[in-house]
Structures are given as structure tokens and as C-alpha cells.
Write a protein that binds this ligand. Structure first.
Ligand code: ATP
Ligand code: MG
Length: 418
């Protein structure tokens, strides 16, 4: 074959697309009830937007960004995630001047140059949400509850919600010291990347996917055990509110995030049915990012759901192939013209109607009606045009109903069965 999608990219075609629509519609409905507004942001930003926020020593910035120079010699990057770009927009448009919390959501593609494998792509889609301007842990609980509602309204079951706190600037030095003491003793067992991380950002070692590193870091001190009183209070309240709202969750002190901007609350949702790429959604607080982007100190919290990881989980339940409401099968030119009029009249009433523009045999037209999954079919030939009547056939129940050729009669018959 001459041309193929690039490695790690995929085409999303019908009928799969109906699963995507189902997910997007369910998410939009829940977002509305929580007062979240949609925003659409560009898919590229100045490279700095991501380096500054995600962190120079993160895997994303070190290895995974699609960065290139545009014709004006600017360094631009295809967004690897949504939050940094969102905060750029939040500051640029002074959205902090509006009443808090400001609540936004987005849906769209992200790009990471990763090793493609099942459920891991180089272009993948996220549904993301961000809520700004409230430090209270009730907001964290609300966001996690909203995420849980979105995932269950989509039809996902058996998910594991893990929460933790990764502290703030004042608790991290204490944890970092304990971590370095622990890891320093067995640094030889770690990969070369981790040896380097040990000096620049030892926290990143906790996120390394190399099996030997996973094994060697077992038992390392968790941030959760080194929280300052403010972070610890925030975390205790969060788990209390999650219990109050009956959001099932487990505390995982070893949960780490691959992005440097998180503070306090971090969470991840995983499924047992996805093998090693088990995370379906993840998020957390980022209370210092707005200030770092030049805005006033403003708290923020958000999450992102990975579409390619949830589509396969519900695909079989949703992917009932859709077909037209009616297929019109004309057998001669006069019938084709009458059928053409009927088609447009019924479409303007919202029905999905197909007509054969090429007049073929009755048998082949009926075969096609079956193949495309039409709910009803009607054959128009010489007799039907002469008598101004026809027979509408229900393709699944094989039931037949006589009608005039007035589109309103068609409409009544088709609607009465659906
Ligand atoms: P992972 O540990 O699987 O690499 P991550 O921590 O890098 O995930 P986040 O940056 O938190 O992921 O993104 C949120 C969600 O986006 C993930 O939970 C996952 O569902 C999805 N996601 C991330 N990277 C990819 C990818 N390369 N392909 C498909 N989905 C992805
Ligand atoms: Mg990743």
C-alpha cells in the first residue's frame, strides 16, 4: 500500500465513531450539570509553555514532545497534554477576573512521541476538565466525584480510584531528603536515566517504568508520610468528603504523576481490563502554576480522561450498528423522481432516509437495504406511482403497512414503530 497512517496514529471510522459520540455526549451532559463550559484551544503552543510547567526533567519534556521550528524560526510543540495550554489561556485572557470557581472542559488530540503499543498512541484524545480559584478540598472531592459520574454514566464498571497527596513546596524538601537517603544506598541497581534523575529530580525515579527500577524502589518513603500540616489537613478533609459523597476510592501513597506541576491532591483511575496501560484517567491540583505563568496566585485542579483507553472497554456494549430509518427503492425514472422528493421531505422531518440513485433490480436493492441495516424499505414502481400508494416494509419484523405517497403518512408509520 502506498500511504499509511504514521506510526502510533490511527483513523477512527464508523461504527467505532458512535462509541466516541456516546462518550462525548455523556461527558457533556455531566459537565453541564456541574457548570463546566467548553473551551477549544490550539493544538500547538510555544515550547516554553510545556517545559516551564511539565518540568524539564519529566519524560514528556525529555523524550516525548513533538517539537519543531516553524518557518518563522519559533520553537513550537504539539500539545502533549491540556493543562499547561489551558493555564496559558487562563492567564492570557485574565479569566481569573471572573467569579471563582471558573470551570472549563475540553476534548481533543494530544501528541506524545512514545513507543506505540496497545492503548498507547502518539496521537491520543483526552477529555479534560479544569476548575480554578478555590483552594478548599471540597472542590477536589467534587471534581473526583464528577469524574466518577462521567465514567459510570458512560457505562464503565470495575474501576479503581486511587488518591494521594504529593505535598507542596514546603513538604517536598523533607521528603526529597528521605528519598535520597533511601535510594542512594542502592543506586547501582537503577537504570542510567534514574541515576541522572537522582541528582536532578529524584521524585521522577518513582515514575520510572523500567522493571529493575520498579523493584529497587519498593519501600521508598512516600510523600504522604512527609506532608506539612496544611497539606495533611487538606488530604484528610478530601478523604472525608469523598466518603461523604460515597465516591469509592483507595489511598495509594505510592501514586506519582509524570508532570512536575502537581501540588497536594493527585489521583488516578485504572481498569483491570487494559493490561499494563491501565490508567484511564488522571489528575490533580496545581496551585502554583497560574502564578508561574504570570497570573495572580490562583489554585487549580483538573483531570484528563484517555479516550482510547475507555472506548475498547465499552465498545461491545455500545456498537450496535446504526442504519437508516428508511430506504427507498425506485424501479424506474418516474418513481426515482417521486422517491427523491419523498426523501428530502422526510429528511427535513429528521428521519435518516436513503434512496438508490441508480436503478437496479428489485433483488439487489433489497439486498442493499438489508446490508446497510435499514429499519424500513419501500419499493416504488409503475403501479405505486399510478395508484399513488405503496407498501412500507419493516425489515426486522417483516411486517407490511399500506400507505399513500404523502410523506406525512410515511412519517406517521415510521414514527409509530420507533
Ligand atoms: P501513563 O502512565 O499510561 O503513561 P500518564 O500518566 O502519562 O499515563 P497523563 O498525562 O496523566 O497520563 O494523561 C491522562 C490520561 O491520558 C491517562 O490516564 C491515559 O488514559 C491517557 N494517555 C496518556 N498517554 C497516552 C497515550 N500515549 N496513548 C493513549 N492514552 C494516553
Ligand atoms: Mg505517560
Amino acid at each position: 500500500m502506498k500511504y499509511q497512517t504514521l506510526k502510533g496514529l490511527q483513523d477512527i471510522l464508523p461504527p467505532d465513531i458512535s462509541v466516541w459520540h456516546h462518550i462525548e455526549a455523556a461527558a457533556r451532559k455531566i459537565f453541564k450539570s456541574y457548570g463546566f463550559h467548553e473551551i477549544r484551544l490550539p493544538i500547538m503552543e510555544s515550547t516554553d509553555v510545556f517545559i516551564r510547567s511539565i518540568g524539564e526533567t519529566s519524560d514528556i519534556v525529555e523524550k516525548e514532545m513533538y517539537t519543531f521550528e516553524d518557518k518563522g524560526k519559533r520553537s513550537v510543540t504539539l500539545r502533549p497534554e491540556g493543562t499547561a495550554a489551558f493555564v496559558r489561556a487562563y492567564v492570557q485572557h485574565h479569566l481569573y477576573n471572573n467569579p471563582s470557581p471558573q470551570k472549563y472542559y475540553y476534548m481533543g488530540p494530544m501528541f506524545r512521541y512514545e513507543r506505540p503499543q496497545a492503548f498507547r498512541y502518539r496521537q491520543f484524545y483526552q477529555i479534560g476538565a479544569e476548575a480554578m480559584g478555590i483552594e478548599d478540598p471540597k472542590l477536589d472531592a467534587e471534581i473526583i466525584s464528577m469524574l466518577s459520574n462521567i465514567l459510570s454514566s458512560i457505562g464503565l464498571e470495575g474501576l479503581n480510584f486511587e488518591v494521594t497527596s504529593i505535598g507542596c513546596k514546603s513538604c517536598r524538601p523533607d521528603h526529597k531528603k528521605a528519598l535520597k537517603d533511601f535510594l542512594g544506598k542502592k543506586l547501582d541497581n537503577f537504570c542510567s536515566d534514574c541515576k541522572r534523575r537522582y541528582d536532578v529530580n529524584p521524585l521522577r525515579i518513582l515514575d520510572c517504568k523500567v522493571p529493575a527500577c520498579i523493584e529497587s524502589r519498593k519501600g521508598s518513603p512516600a510523600v504522604l508520610d512527609h506532608l506539612c500540616s496544611e497539606c495533611s489537613d487538606h488530604f484528610n478533609k478530601l478523604t472525608h468528603y469523598l466518603e461523604l459523597l460515597k465516591v469509592p476510592h483507595t489511598v495509594n501513597p505510592n501514586l506519582v504523576r509524570g508532570l512536575d506541576y502537581y501540588t497536594k491532591t493527585a489521583f488516578e483511575v485504572s481498569s483491570k481490563n487494559l493490561g499494563s496501560q491501565s490508567a484511564v484517567a488522571a489528575g490533580g491540583r496545581y496551585d502554583s502554576m497560574v502564578k508561574e505563568f504570570g497570573g495572580p496566585p490562583t489554585a487549580g485542579i483538573g483531570f484528563a480522561i484517555g479516550m482510547e483507553r475507555i472506548v475498547p472497554l465499552i465498545k461491545d456494549a455500545i456498537a450496535a450498528t446504526e442504519g437508516p430509518d428508511l430506504m427507498i427503492c425506485p424501479l424506474n425514472d418516474a418513481a426515482a423522481e417521486k422517491g427523491f422528493q419523498l426523501t428530502e421531505q422526510l429528511r427535513s422531518e429528521g428521519l435518516w432516509v436513503e434512496i438508490n440513485h441508480e436503478i437496479t433490480s428489485l433483488k439487489s436493492q433489497m439486498r442493499k437495504a438489508n446490508r446497510i441495516g435499514a429499519q424500513y424499505s419501500v419499493v416504488l414502481g409503475e403501479d405505486e406511482i399510478k395508484s399513488n400508494s405503496a407498501v412500507i416494509k419493516n425489515m426486522t419484523e417483516k411486517e407490511e403497512t399500506s400507505t399513500t405517497l404523502d410523506f406525512k403518512d410515511f412519517l406517521r408509520i415510521i414514527r409509530s414503530h420507533s
